[in-house]
Design a protein around this ligand. Structure first.
Ligand SMILES: *Cc1c(COP(=O)(O)O)cnc(C)c1O
Length: 400
């Protein structure tokens, strides 16, 4: 591990990337994502965290779409398939290595996370398991997404009167104070390399890089992560030279990455006129400031892999969700249905071939399945803040 965990580059606005000394793809005999420890920015590992995605060859959806080699990466709770993420989304792939990285560094700083819901839930659960403190900034409208399946630990929840962008702003004010540390979003290498294990799990199980990768995106961090992981796998030398094509999907009309990809200017992108993120099939996919044009960002990843960006409306997302749940037999988060709809679009348009090797990232699911096995504890909101409020109120709360 050569990185010091910085979230910015000294020379430009690019995303910092980890350089690992190990060049070979050699999964270790460790549980969950820790088997990829050589390509994670951590030294130690925790057997109580780090559930991995599960990749399997589809028969149900594959038959419906007439695809020969459709593989599904499932991040969520589905014990029959070995999927054990109790917070039911791939944000758990981010939370576990981020907290391990902080533990390795023995930092006294308190982590500050802004989230539209799924990231906050993942950190709440992981931090409750590890005992590390965390402060979560979540829009008030998303507070019902916050729960843990274990007794909540040192988790402080700030309900933000505003949207995700406001939550990011307020979290930014607090994390610039001494004693606090920003999670970093797309700039957090533990986040990206944790999410990149989706691709590594596929390679481990099926011994090849897929031709295509489908994912629903808000910021696009998961897409960048899979692109970076693919480059590491190619660097090994045994898996060919061709990057998987990234097929990244947004929920229109609240789709900034899709709009920028099609060349819209900042002025033309008037998401407030559509009332975004209200009315979306899943508002976790709305991020006003995605890492799109920065070096190493979404645009670079999609262009260098000859990929595509899809705009999926609610009707298509809803019907894709029904199709998936019926054909695969598990409930999925609405965000993941946006990726399924993109795959259907690609099949219909001929962007993928019947015999191509396709990896579909089902980024969240199994909430209903979880309810059969575990009870959930709602996290209480400790404090409500708006942009007009000073974070000093919050500091007093923390010190109290
Ligand atoms: C966050 C999230 C996404 C989008 O992830 P990116 O960070 O944009 O790659 C997709 N699906 C679910 C379930 C999510 O929680």
């Amino acid at each position: 591990m050569l990185s010091d965990g910085a979230t910015s580059c000294p020379l430009d606005s690019g995303l910092p990337r980890a350089e690992y000394t190990e060049r070979r793809f050699k999964p270790r005999e460790l549980p969950g994502i820790w088997s990829f420890i050589d390509w994670l920015p951590v030294d130690g590992w925790n057997p109580s965290t780090g559930a991995s995605s599960v990749t399997y060859r589809s028969s149900g959806l594959a038959a419906d779409l007439d695809l020969e080699r459709l593989y599904i990466s499932f991040s969520g709770y589905w014990p029959e398939r070995g999927a054990l993420m109790r917070t039911c989304s791939f944000k758990e792939l981010e939370a576990a290595p981020t907290m391990q990285m902080l533990l390795d560094r023995k930092t006294e700083e308190i982590l500050v996370v802004a989230s539209a819901g799924n990231t906050a839930r993942a950190f709440a659960e992981v931090c409750s398991v590890t005992g590390q403190p965390v402060i979560l900034f979540v829009p008030v409208s998303s507070l019902d997404r916050l729960w843990t399946t274990v007794e909540p630990g040192r988790v402080l929840v700030v309900g933000v009167k505003g949207d995700y962008a406001d939550a990011i702003k307020l979290a930014g004010v607090l994390s610039s104070r001494s004693g606090f540390r920003p999670e970093g979003g797309a700039r957090n290498i533990a986040r990206r390399d944790g999410m990149g294990t989706v691709l590594l799990d596929h390679v481990r199980r099926f011994d090849s890089l897929p031709d295509h990768y489908f994912q629903a995106i808000g910021s696009g961090t998961g897409g960048i992560a899979v692109w970076e992981a693919s480059m590491r796998v190619i660097g090994d030398g045994r898996f060919g030279e061709r990057l998987p094509r990234l097929h990244l999907a947004q929920n229109i009309p609240c789709a900034p990455v899709h709009a920028m990809w099609h060349g819209m200017s900042q002025e033309e992108m008037n998401f407030d006129a559509y009332g975004c993120p209200e009315g979306m099939h899943d508002d976790v996919l709305f991020n006003r400031n995605p890492p799109y044009a920065v070096p190493g960002g979404v645009r670079d990843a999609v262009i260098s892999s000859s990929g595509r960006i899809y705009g999926i409306d609610n009707t298509r997302a809803a019907s894709a969700q029904r199709l998936f749940e019926r054909s695969e037999g598990i409930d999925i988060l609405p965000a993941a249905a946006v990726a399924v709809a993109a795959l259907i679009d690609a099949v219909e348009s001929g962007f993928v071939g019947r015999d191509d090797e396709i990896l579909l990232n089902v980024t969240g699911g199994g909430v209903k399945r979880l309810a059969e096995d575990h009870s959930r504890m709602r996290l209480k909101c400790d404090l409500r803040l708006g942009l007009e409020d000073s974070v000093d109120v919050l500091l007093e709360e923390i010190l109290a």
